[in-house]
Design a protein around this ligand. Structure first.
Ligand code: MN
Length: 248
């Protein structure tokens, strides 16, 4: 099994190393990741500037490439350049430092990297750790999950989003995306030249209780959450409804 590993915390992130090293027993592991932190860059892709790719010191058997772009760029380069002649069997992203739950998945660079693997036609997953820098449990689960990809495969256009709670997980639950609520805020300050600047985004305040959701699993029950996602954003139930609108 050949596995392409990426992330959004950067090519030197401890979570990336934990993931790559956990997957080594399954086969050949190649890292292709952003050269610096690219969290919350979502599906951004660099189509209007050149990219530089630099080989970094390997982590034991793990070949390692740094791309000066986004997570999507890194996986794109990984699939279509670095591994062009030896395509991966699996694309893994993480282990992110912090959760990617509920609506986070739309902003997440970690999930975006797995989405790019999915776009490339490869089975893919993203894995994130909540409130801790001890990646051992998450790494162990990543190894177990990657092995299951070999057994079951995954439907095209689908990826898995995994979130691991702080501390020792009490089990694993297959979940749907839940609802997190943030204290949305815009803080206004003045720069040294007297011009206003703005800092957006607030801390999470709570999550709504949604049975079988990712948030409930990790926060309320200390379970590893695993959510199947797909790239098709079409709301199929509304196709008929919308065709009734008078649009011509
Ligand atoms: Mn991150």
């Amino acid at each position: 099994m050949r596995i392409l590993v990426s992330n959004d915390d950067g090519v030197e992130a401890p979570g990336l190393r934990a993931l790559a090293e956990a997957l080594v027993p399954l086969g050949e592991v190649v890292v292709c990741a952003p050269d610096r932190e690219q969290s919350a860059t979502s599906r951004s892709i660099s189509l209007h500037r050149p990219l530089r790719i630099v080989k970094r010191e390997p982590w034991g058997p793990v070949e390692r490439w740094a791309v000066d772009g986004t997570p999507t760029d890194a996986v794109y380069v990984g699939i279509h350049h670095v591994l062009k002649k030896r395509p991966p069997d699996l694309v893994a992203s993480g282990i992110n430092h912090g959760p990617n739950l509920a609506n986070d998945i739309h902003y997440s660079g970690t999930v975006a990297a797995a989405m790019e693997g999915c776009v490339g036609g490869f089975p893919s997953f993203a894995i994130s750790l909540i409130g801790s820098s001890d990646y051992r449990h998450a790494a162990r689960f990543a190894h177990k999950l990657a092995g299951q990809f070999g057994v079951h495969g995954l439907a095209p256009g689908t990826l898995l989003n995994v979130n691991v709670p702080k501390g020792e997980p009490l089990g694993v639950r297959v979940t749907k995306t839940g609802k997190r609520t943030y204290a949305a805020q815009v803080i206004e300050k003045l720069d040294p030249r007297g011009r206003a600047y703005y800092w957006i985004g607030g801390d999470e305040q709570a999550h709504e209780h949604v049975p079988d959701s990712d948030c409930d699993a990790v926060f309320d029950e200390k379970l590893i959450s695993i959510t199947p996602l797909h790239l098709d954003l079409t709301r199929h139930e509304l196709l008929t409804e919308l065709s009734k609108w008078e649009l011509t």
